[in-house]
Design a protein around this ligand. Structure first.
Ligand code: NAP
Length: 259
């Protein structure tokens, strides 16, 4: 049995939709006080309402994480509302598909600003409060795309997700002195509102490429994050946890068919 997160101050960037919303919901159900960070007011409000109606503690902060100043704002909001910061989930990310031949400097910068720079600046902004608390947890939502696999149209996205891991490995050493751990989750194909738009045929095909025979749920990722945020995971830092139903394992289609 893991120690509950009762009263812990948790920030979830991108907590209004998809995986982040699942993380916010699961952490709130575990007793945490959750600050949801996103841009769209309607989605953020609905995520907060969902948590509150289940008896949880949540509020939202509307900022654009592409703006460097947003990092200090989210740290200040969590300190003001919760009295400190225990867990930072850097989950917000964008994945606009663009073939390499059409890639522009602006598109690359846009993806890196949200997926990489905002995570790095948010960690820096939250560190003093975690140090004051005697420790903390940072959890990055990376991806299998980039660190392990590739997919046409997502070279810039893959680069951003691999960059998160480069950051993680040095950050883990620097943060260790403050008793702050930092780890990354690498989700495979997770069923979110966004993937729903890709249609039944795509989803059925995707299922066939996953040994466990289904796409992941947002809860599959959230429970991995919850473990990494627990007291019991305090000796794990600088590591990656793949949550993909075995998707990266088969060497070929034949390996899957023979299995
Ligand atoms: P999603 O459903 O599109 O949700 C993205 C979240 O990030 C929303 O809450 C969004 O809110 C927020 N966000 C995006 N840009 C932002 C900005 N500039 N400022 C503030 N908030 C911003 O995405 P998802 O599929 O759940 O993905 C979440 C994370 O998991 C991403 O890092 C993604 O790379 C990673 N991932 C997803 C999958 C998958 O299968 N879904 C697989 C591997 C990795 P607003 O739009 O309101 O700002």
């Amino acid at each position: 049995m893991f120690t509950p997160l009762t009263g812990r101050s948790v920030i979830v960037t991108g907590g209004s939709r998809g995986i982040g919303r699942g993380i916010a919901r699961v952490f709130a159900a575990a007793g945490a006080r959750v600050l949801i960070v996103a841009r769209d007011e309607g989605a953020a409000r609905s995520a907060v309402a969902e948590i509150r109606s289940a008896g949880g503690d949540a509020s939202s902060l509307l900022v654009d994480l592409a703006e460097p100043a947003s990092a200090e704002r989210l740290a200040a909001a969590a300190i003001e509302r919760h009295g400190g910061i225990d867990v930072l989930c850097c989950n917000a990310g964008i994945y606009p598909a663009t073939p390499l031949r059409e890639l522009t400097a602006e598109r690359i910068d846009e993806v890196l600003a949200v997926n990489v720079r905002s995570a790095m600046l948010s960690v820096r902004a939250c560190l003093p409060a975690m140090e004051r608390a005697g420790g903390g947890r940072v959890i990055l939502t990376s991806s299998i795309t980039g660190p392990i696999t590739g997919y046409p149209g997502w070279s810039h996205y893959g680069a951003s997700k691999a960059a998160q891991l480069g950051f993680l490995r040095t950050a883990a050493i620097e943060l260790a002195r403050a008793k702050v751990t930092i780890n990354a989750i690498l989700p495979g194909n997770i069923l979110t509102e966004g993937l729903d738009d890709l249609g039944e045929v795509y989803l059925r095909q995707m299922e066939r490429s996953i040994p466990l025979g289904r796409l992941g749920s947002v809860e599959d990722v959230a429970h991995a994050a919850l473990f990494l945020a627990s007291d019991e995971a305090g000796y794990i830092t600088g590591q990656t946890l793949v949550v993909d139903g075995g998707q990266v394992l088969p060497e070929s289609l034949m390996a899957l068919e023979e299995g």
